[in-house]
Design a protein around this ligand. Structure first.
Ligand code: FMN
Length: 358
């Protein structure tokens, strides 16, 4: 195995160092928001789209079983505004993965991604997620089966290792096997191990140490592949630093808790126009969205819960958040909640204009 990858590495070695660095602002994986179960649902993605037009978004993980035996529109429907959008799958059986990849393409997704990083016990019982890192041949077979039936990119998200295996060779051989046997070209790497026993999924995002240097090394060893780093990135400065080493950065929790971080991304990293509106514009657009949801029979709180970080770090943010999450207000028009949330803040005039248009 080791020899095989030395050989691939020498074939892939760049003739000059600049080709190791970023392929440029048009690389579709340059910036993305991580898939997060219970968080990055379609309402959350619509909200994120009000803040960044071009960042790549991912769905929550959907298992092949849920898709093949469940309510497909419930799992797959999305608003075109969410694009570019990737569907993340959880599964390991190649035929099932292929059928689901086909569904993703038919539904209009821009990418299908395979989860090889989730450490939860439920997922391990289903024999997918992070435990698949011990089964590179099986994963390669699954990725190949998917690629054989779709034209959209098939990508993988994984860790740098499982349990206490801390050698670089493990992740290098995993990536090498997948690249040679399946043709997969895009690897999103959460830069910490998954400890499969004794830690909850939350602890597994905090306790195993981050080792970004291993992801940088993957990029050096496999310069032809798109390598995206994930894990613990919380500022635009860190994003800029990481882009010196890898092709892309995926941000999870910080995007969710502090979404205004993304307001600069289109202009700063994606070669696009800066967004025009401010936080208040985003909130007002979301109120209109919440009103539409409520009119269609979906409780608006299903979506408003994802925007509670909008005013993160701003004066009055705590009170604003308390109002929007007050369950006693869930039966009233979101425009009224919006007004109450801003009452006492120095922005009531603009907020009121929404009331008159509502
Ligand atoms: C609530 C929550 C749910 C998550 N669900 C998924 C998931 O469905 N699929 C996945 O690949 N990773 C999932 N993750 C992991 C994230 O995608 C990401 O790898 C991790 O949070 C590290 O990135 P961060 O430090 O930027 O948050 C989840 C993370 C959180 C916080």
């Amino acid at each position: 195995m080791g020899d095989c990858f030395r050989c691939i590495r020498s074939l892939n070695r760049p003739s000059n160092r600049s080709s190791v660095l970023n392929p440029g602002p048009l690389n579709p994986w340059r910036l993305s928001v991580a898939p997060m179960m219970d968080w990055t649902d379609r309402h959350c993605r619509v909200f994120h789209r009000q803040i960044t037009r071009h960042t790549r978004l991912y769905t929550e993980m959907v298992t092949t079983g849920a898709l093949l035996h469940g309510d497909v529109p419930r799992h797959l429907d999305f608003d075109p505004v969410e694009q570019p959008l990737a569907l993340q799958l959880g599964g390991s059986e190649p035929d099932d993965l292929a059928r689901c990849a086909r569904l993703a393409q038919d539904w209009g997704y821009d990418e299908v991604n395979l989860n090889c990083g989730c450490p939860s016990e439920r997922v391990q019982r289903g024999a997918f997620g992070a435990c698949l890192m011990a089964e590179a041949d099986l994963v390669a077979g699954g990725l190949k089966a998917m690629q054989d039936v779709v034209d959209i990119p098939v990508t993988v998200k994984h860790r740098i290792g499982i349990d206490r295996v801390d050698s670089y060779d493990f992740v290098r051989d995993f990536v090498g096997t997948l690249a040679t046997r399946s043709g997969c070209r895009v690897f999103i790497v959460h830069a910490r191990n998954a400890w499969l026993q004794g830690l909850s999924p939350k602890e597994n995002r905090e306790i195993p140490p981050l080792r970004p240097e291993l992801v940088h090394r993957l990029k050096r060893d496999f310069p032809e592949l798109i390598i995206v780093i994930n894990g613990g990135i919380t500022s635009n400065q860190q994003i800029a630093e990481q882009l010196q080493h890898v092709d892309g950065v995926m941000v999870g929790r910080e995007s969710y808790h502090n979404p205004w971080l993304m307001a600069d991304w289109d202009a700063m990293f994606l070669g696009a126009e800066p967004r025009l509106g401010d936080r208040l514009t985003v909130e007002r657009d979301m109120v209109v969205y919440l009103q539409k949801l409520a009119a269609a029979g979906t409780p608006w709180s299903h979506a408003s819960r994802h925007m509670l970080g909008l005013w993160h770090g701003q004066p009055g943010a705590r009170r604003w958040r308390q109002v929007w999450s007050d369950h006693r207000l869930k039966g009233i028009d979101p425009a009224q909640v919006h007004l109450r949330a801003h009452a006492g803040n120095p922005r009531p005039a603009e907020a009121l204009s929404l009331e008159s248009s509502a």
